[in-house]
Design a binder for this molecule. Structure first.
Ligand SMILES: Cc1cc2nc3c(=O)[nH]c(=O)nc-3n(C[C@H](O)[C@H](O)[C@H](O)COP(=O)(O)O)c2cc1C
Length: 370
């Protein structure tokens, strides 16, 4: 009798063996100090998921340099000594439980809501508006097109942040190439109109991400996870889809294969996996990734629905399931699923930022941002 995958199978992730298929999806909570240092409140937050049975946790997006990568006020970073020390305190708490803990490395590029001068592949004003709840500017700024030197500086930031992740005690890093942030701005044709070797073909548009992956890999010890997150939708353009559909998935994941991540994580924030990851020809981005890549594929987007999650596993369209909003509502989600306990419904009020206005004001003043 063939074995159907179950939520509670053991799954390999790099050198780790996970005890189940549930991971916490990265979620920005704007709850660090004004200087981007994690707090004891954040240690409680992350430990609750570890205690609640999640096999792995991916942090919220952490900024990689203070020059151009910061996205929101009160976003945590992996840049300063104080930030590394702050993460060490969080990790001590999380590591009291058998959970793999991965730092998401994020460069906001043109979507920064705090920096006066933003950077991007091309000088194109981002579509849409910043989220009102995160406390930054209420409109995007015109970014400066990055020079080769700016590109190298950004890559160096990822490398330093990855080294800090090792020092802090994380098990790995996830390069945030999804949701419209800097690597995604390079991958996406309408935000990348470069005519050099970072623009044009899919391979050229993926080059920045590939260079980050290679530089980070070279800087961390063997066995330290280097994962990648990609998506079609963007925070400022949730309904965006690849024009070439499944052909783009095939072309892009062929490039991803060469970059050899320890996992590929495909985000679906704009309507969930069913709306964002399935194509008219019946295939899906996560299924194509599983066929083309040798590493585990993490699916995301509405996978607190047990029927959908089971279907993805049974039809070979995912290895791991990243749970976002329902993990906030249920930090003990895996234990509840294991024991058949009803899940608490997610309510939008649960993600109201817990930042104090005083902190936010200090942050703006210290950067003399109007
Ligand atoms: C409050 C909030 C903050 C988020 N911040 C991030 C982030 O920092 N990095 C990221 O890659 N995705 C982020 N996301 C997207 C989630 O990781 C996930 O893709 C999305 O919530 C869909 O999954 P779900 O249906 O399980 O909630 C965020 C989502 C929410 C709700």
């Amino acid at each position: 009798m063939s074995h159907l995958p179950s939520f509670f199978d053991r799954v390999r992730l790099g050198r780790h063996t996970l005890s189940n298929r549930f991971m916490v999806a990265p979620m920005t909570r704007v709850s660090a100090t004004a200087a981007g240092v994690p707090t004891s409140q954040m240690a409680n937050y992350y430990e609750a998921f570890a205690k609640g049975g999640f096999a792995a946790i991916i942090t919220e997006g952490l900024y990689t340099d203070s020059i151009a990568s910061v996205c929101n006020p009160n976003q945590p970073g992996l840049v300063t000594r104080a930030q590394v020390k702050g993460w060490q305190s969080v990790i001590r708490r999380v590591k009291q439980h058998p959970t793999v803990f991965v730092a998401q490395l994020m460069h906001a590029g043109a979507l920064s809501q705090v920096l006066r001068q933003t950077l991007a592949p091309s000088a194109i004003l981002p579509v849409g508006k910043p989220s009102a709840s995160s406390g930054g500017f209420n409109a995007f700024r015109m970014p400066k097109a990055m020079t080769q030197e700016d590109i190298q500086t950004a890559i160096d930031g990822y490398v330093r942040a990855a080294r800090h992740a090792v020092e802090a005690g994380f098990d790995g890093v996830e390069i945030h190439g999804a949701n419209g942030y800097l690597p995604d701005q390079f991958i996406t044709p309408y935000t990348n109109q470069r005519t050099d070797h970072y623009g044009g073909s899919v391979a050229n548009r993926f080059r920045f991400t590939a260079e980050i992956m290679a530089a980070v890999r070279a800087a961390v010890p063997t066995g330290f996870l280097v994962g990648l997150r990609l998506s079609e939708g963007k925070v400022n353009n949730l309904s965006y889809r690849w024009e070439e559909g499944s052909d783009m998935a095939k072309a892009l994941f062929s490039e991803v294969r060469k970059a050899a991540p320890d996992y590929l994580h495909i985000a679906a924030e704009g309507g969930g996996w069913e709306r964002e990851c399935q194509y008219a020809d019946g295939s899906s981005s996560t299924g194509i990734a599983r066929q083309l890549l040798d590493c585990p594929v993490i699916a995301n987007g509405g996978l607190h629905n047990p029927d959908l999650a089971t279907r993805l596993l049974n039809t070979g369209q995912a290895d791991l399931l990243a749970i976002g909003r329902y993990a906030i509502a249920n930090p003990d989600f895996p234990q509840k699923v294991a024991h058949g306990v009803a899940l608490l419904p997610f309510q939008p009020g649960m993600i109201k930022p817990s930042v104090s206005l005083a902190n936010t004001r200090r942050y703006f003043l210290s950067r003399s941002v109007s």
